[in-house]
Ligand binder design. Structure first.
Ligand SMILES: Cc1cc2nc3c(=O)[nH]c(=O)nc-3n(C[C@H](O)[C@H](O)[C@H](O)COP(=O)(O)OP(=O)(O)OC[C@H]3O[C@@H](n4cnc5c(N)ncnc54)[C@H](O)[C@@H]3O)c2cc1C
Length: 506
């Protein structure tokens, strides 16, 4: 009797409950990963994500070989892969982690469950995140999250019974969907070893001053943990990160400054699941505004020139363009700059949220549907329960990149421009432009202050006319954060929407 352990976004052997459960049965185990071509056709997937997975598969295979097994990689649909395995092995069970993905993976999972049931194969899922399926009451979510994070971290099994050699495909060299078109020269490397090294360096040294250094794009590169793609593809378990951060924070030799940093970091791990829970509870968020009445705020196609200039880092606002170009090159950006990019697209450029959201998803190596779709909507004012955050790209630039280092690094056209002019190069005279360079940098798409005022008014007017207390109350009840475990259920907000949600700006 054989058990298939189906690896998805959980590419590790440590703290992997389905693998441990399969190994403990003492019967042959097939460790399976499937390259699903149809998945890689989805508009939020990209080559950088696939390359990170390839690194992680290399590492996973090594870990499995240490335990006397090896990774089997097949290509096509998961059902076709299981059918193929069933033809040669007595497959009795399929074990895997629960996934909160987009509609495509959700439908795929339902089809796999049905196929298993039709073929009398046991299908069993474990939870790796603090995300609760069929959650009845948001008020109890926090308790469920804490319980899951406190469960012991499982050691990687020392031995995983081998089911014999199976002809799979070599995952290196395969470029499913449109992944070949995406090059990301400075992408983060995948694999558990890399993830654990990052975690160790963060907890030992880099975390000190975390809360002060995560907003500037200059300091965030080192100050943030940089664990996001590892969490997204499961090369390191969230529970392990949480427990190690907690242990480091309460150690008697830990300085108070470091303790505070680690407390702040742990709250982000909580947000991780808080945001994914929103997509779990309402899968339509992938396509439609969280606050249904706000969906009608923007109709008609996007202004394609504005969209293109934003996508290419050619808006004429230096910090915005530097962020986009840096993201294209590295596949990562800190939270504040992600929020600014999305907000500028939604407000100053007045674009419908979905095309910008898909563009960013493809650029993020760490693309995580639950966080991504909830966050892109939040930064576009579509939740109805969070305050509008319209970023001023010049003020952000002066505050977070005061000397223009980040801008000069990513916008070579402005490399020679002095600091006092770098945030507003459009104000340079022709003589200054000729002297310092900057002639080749594009003029701004529009007057950002005027555009922000117009957007604020348009959103305000729309809300006054079209937003009901009932719908705002529904969103708050379903998705709102609960501060503290015993807080009473929140009352529906009156207009304008309450700004009492988790602050992501502290
Ligand atoms: C528009 C937008 C889109 C985003 N899309 C994604 C995405 O696709 N994938 C993704 O992992 N994060 C996303 N984020 C959240 C956040 O920006 C990243 O998690 C963070 O920048 C990753 O870097 P890090 O691992 O060094 O973060 P750290 O600051 O070290 O945080 C550690 C972990 O906590 C979680 N986390 C941190 N901040 C948040 C947050 N605000 N909301 C939810 N979880 C958080 C992440 O898992 C992160 O890896 C998005 C934010 C915005 C504003």
């Amino acid at each position: 009797m054989t058990t298939v352990v189906w690896f998805k976004r959980d590419l590790r052997t440590r703290d992997h409950a389905p693998l441990v459960a399969a190994a403990n049965l003492g019967e042959p185990v097939i460790a399976l990963y499937v390259i699903e071509d149809n998945y890689w056709q989805q508009p939020d997937t990209s080559g950088r994500q696939w390359c990170f997975i390839q690194d992680s598969l290399d590492d996973l295979d090594k870990q499995l070989r240490k335990a006397g097994n090896q990774l089997v990689v097949l290509r096509g649909s998961v059902i076709a892969a299981l059918r193929e395995l069933k033809a040669s092995h007595a497959i009795e069970r399929v074990f895997c982690h629960q996934e909160t993905g987009g509609q495509w993976t959700f439908e795929r999972d339902k089809a796999v469950i049905k196929w298993c049931s039709d073929n009398q194969i046991e299908f069993r899922e474990w939870n790796q995140f603090g995300v609760v399926r069929r959650l009845k009451d948001r008020d109890i979510w926090d308790k469920a999250w804490t319980e899951l994070m406190r469960q012991p971290v499982l050691e990687a099994p020392g031995s995983v019974p081998f089911a014999g050699a199976i002809q799979g495909v070599a995952w290196r060299g395969i470029e499913p969907g449109a992944t070949a078109a995406d090059r990301c020269p400075d992408r983060q490397t995948g694999g558990s070893i890399r993830g654990e090294t990052l975690l160790a360096s963060f907890l030992e040294r880099r975390c000190v001053g975390y809360q002060y250094n995560i907003s500037s794009p200059n300091t965030a590169v080192r100050a943030c943990s940089r664990l996001s793609p590892h969490i997204a593809y499961g090369t390191v378990s969230l529970r392990e990160i949480y427990q190690q951060a907690k242990a480091a924070g309460i150690h008697r030799n830990t300085l108070p400054r470091k303790q505070k940093s680690l407390t702040s970091f742990r709250s982000r791990l909580h947000w991780h699941c808080h945001f994914i829970q929103k997509l779990e509870d309402e899968p339509e968020l992938e396509f439609r505004a969280m606050h249904r009445e706000l969906e009608g705020m923007k109709t008609g196609p996007n202004d394609s020139e504005r969209l293109q200039r934003w996508q290419q880092g050619q808006t004429g606002w230096p910090l915005v363009d530097a962020c986009m170009r840096s993201l294209q090159h590295t596949g990562w950006l800190n939270f504040r700059m992600r929020a600014m990019l999305m907000a500028v697209a939604s407000y100053q450029l007045w674009l419908h949220w979905r095309e910008p959201a898909l563009h960013l998803a493809r650029l993020f190596t760490d693309f995580e549907p639950g966080i991504h779709y909830s966050q892109t909507q939040m930064q576009s004012g579509l939740t109805g329960i969070n305050a509008l955050r319209i970023y001023n790209p010049v003020l952000q630039s002066q505050k977070l990149d005061p000397h223009g280092e980040f801008i000069r690094r990513w916008i070579p056209e402005l490399a020679g421009v002095p600091t006092e002019m770098i945030h507003t190069p459009w104000l340079m005279t022709p003589v200054q432009k000729a002297r310092f360079g900057g002639n080749t940098y594009t003029a701004p798409v529009c007057d950002h202050e005027q555009a922000a005022r117009a957007a604020r008014k348009a959103v305000g007017d729309f809300r006054k006319q079209h937003v009901s207390r009932e719908e705002t109350g529904r969103v708050l009840h379903r998705h709102g954060s609960r501060k503290g475990p015993h807080q009473a259920r929140p009352k529906p907000a009156s207009q304008p929407p309450a700004d009492n949600q988790l602050s992501l700006f502290d």
